[in-house]
Design a protein around this ligand. Structure first.
Ligand SMILES: [Cu+2]
Length: 522
């Protein structure tokens, strides 16, 4: 047992800028500056890299989701945006406020003010106007501006030409990215509340569990070959991140088992930075990464992937960022592993309690445990759920948080449906949700990233579920596909009506299988 002194590496060191909780006095002030910045970025010409839609399109072209570059890429994207806002407004102490959705389980009221909602007159009203304004510019970028490296990155996302990108924005089978002004945000001012599945995923209980993994890959999403591949999700990305996106973006899970409504909204897909709330959401995600990192340091655990994994992770190029001088230049994941040059810190919020305030006794590192399950039914089709059985290893520490690592296989051309994870549920269980002891979580995908092949999801198990798992001899974890629901109701409904997809696509979920279930103790 070592006694760790509380060094500056653990406590937040004093930074030049502070990102405030949007509900605080300072946070409200910052939201007003953000509104002024966004108004100015909307007035930039399309040729200008500071144009708001151009900045948002960088997210369409390059953002990683479902892999270990998710956190560093979004830190860079946010960090440069913050500097650009400072530059255009001249407000020297500006920093992006954060939305602590564990405490405020609705869209913060200030985000309905002009320029803080995409329903503000002055935003582009409809897709045709957007296309009219940007088609020439995007063509120009493809032919004159993009480097061969950038073109290669775009090709990995199937954006070989500007037309490919337009098709994916306008009306692909998995739902559009552009929404007309009346449908630009799903959660309206009259009812800004998160649905019960989203509020559960964003709750303090789930956030604290999501901060408990002791290695980066379990916490910060799975290893992948390239940042446009979707290979797997850590708990923070899959649950609060994806669900807040989808919910604010109008994909609302009404009540357990009831149809999901898709009210439209930029936040549900890859043009999401058009909705200014994107920046408050990702500020909170980035804050939680910082909390996790400081917790790891306090317990003398690694903050990054290890060994050759670390080298591969840090060397990944991000080629599309524009900095506050308007320059687009290659950057590398390594630059965003720490807050570093962006030099901000956070007003403490939910999760801060996992960082010890006084010296910690560091126990000898108990190796994370793993119990393999046996898949007994693998088809993720309609009808009976897929399931796996397992007996928890007797070596599992009695107090360690438990996670189910669920791997599903989605056939090529298929895309995300919604899957409910249940624990020891009777075979005829239907329509259950948060509050039911057998309900574990709801998997919902986000965006238009390429999704096929095996995808892992690290699912936190709440206290009573972990306890019942330790008490019972044999466990059953089941995965139920929600028909006609999911990431984009409109998308799935279209397919369920038998609409043919080009390119050999599959009906949502058809042929999807449960590959494995492992129980991790962290
Ligand atoms: Cu993103």
């Amino acid at each position: 047992v070592t006694i760790l002194p509380l060094g500056s590496a653990v406590a937040q060191s004093s930074a030049t800028w502070r990102r405030w909780n949007v509900t605080s006095t300072k946070g409200q002030e910052m939201a007003k500056v953000l509104a002024a910045a966004i108004r100015m970025l909307h007035s930039q010409k399309v040729e200008d890299p500071f144009n708001m839609y151009r900045y948002a399109m960088t997210h369409t072209m390059d953002c990683p989701h479902g892999n270990w570059w998710f956190l560093p890429w979004h830190r860079g994207y946010m960090g440069y945006f913050e500097q650009i806002c400072r530059r255009v407004t001249g407000v020297k102490d500006f920093a992006i406020p954060y939305w602590d959705w564990s405490r405020v389980q609705e869209v913060p009221a200030v985000m309905y003010e002009p320029w803080l909602t995409p329903t503000t007159p002055g935003f582009i009203p409809a897709f045709n106007d957007f296309y009219g304004a940007f088609a020439k510019q995007l063509d120009y970028m493809y032919h004159k501006e993009f480097t061969s490296d950038q073109l290669a990155e775009l090709k990995i996302r199937n954006y070989t030409t500007a037309d490919d990108m337009w098709k994916d924005i306008k009306d692909p089978p998995n739902g559009p990215m552009f929404f007309n002004i009346s449908q630009a945000r799903g959660l309206k001012k009259e009812n800004p509340k998160l649905d019960e599945f989203t509020s559960n995923s964003a709750s303090k209980t789930q956030v604290l569990l999501s901060l408990s993994p002791s290695d980066f890959i379990t916490f910060g999403s799975a290893k992948a070959a390239h940042h446009s591949d979707m290979s797997g999700f850590g708990p923070l990305e899959m649950f609060p991140h994806n669900k807040i996106h989808n919910c604010v973006g109008g994909i609302v899970y009404d009540i357990a088992g009831q149809p999901i409504r898709d009210n439209g909204g930029f936040m549900q897909a890859n043009l999401s930075p058009v909705d200014p709330i994107f920046f408050l959401h990702h500020s909170n995600m980035d804050r939680l990464w910082d909390v996790w990192t400081r917790k790891q340091i306090a317990y003398k655990k690694p903050t990054t992937p290890q060994g050759t994994d670390k080298d591969a992770w840090e060397a990944e190029p991000f080629l599309f960022f524009v900095d506050d001088s308007g320059k687009v230049a290659p950057h590398y994941a390594k630059e965003f592993v720490e807050i570093g040059k962006f030099d901000y810190d956070y007003e403490p919020g939910t999760g801060e309690e996992v960082v010890p305030k006084s010296p910690v006794a560091v126990a000898a590192n108990a190796a994370p445990g793993l119990t393999q399950g046996r898949v007994v039914a693998s088809a993720l089709g309609a009808g009976a759920p897929a399931s796996a059985k397992f007996n928890l290893a007797s070596s599992t520490p009695s107090d360690a948080p438990l996670f189910a690592k669920v791997v599903i296989d989605i056939p090529a051309g298929g895309f995300g449906s919604t899957y409910k994870i249940l624990l020891n549920a009777p075979a005829d269980t239907r329509n259950i949700g948060p509050g039911n002891p057998h309900f574990v979580e709801l998997i919902s995908f986000f965006g238009h990233d390429m999704m096929s092949g095996q995808i892992s999801v690290v699912v936190p198990l709440r206290g009573q579920q972990a306890a019942s798992m330790r008490a019972l001899k044999e466990q059953t974890l089941s995965v139920v596909r929600e028909d006609g629901h999911g990431a984009g109701n409109g998308r799935n409904l279209k397919l369920n009506k038998g609409m043919a997809m080009s390119g050999g696509g599959h009906e949502v979920g058809n042929g999807a299988r449960l590959v494995s279930v492992d129980i991790l103790s962290q």
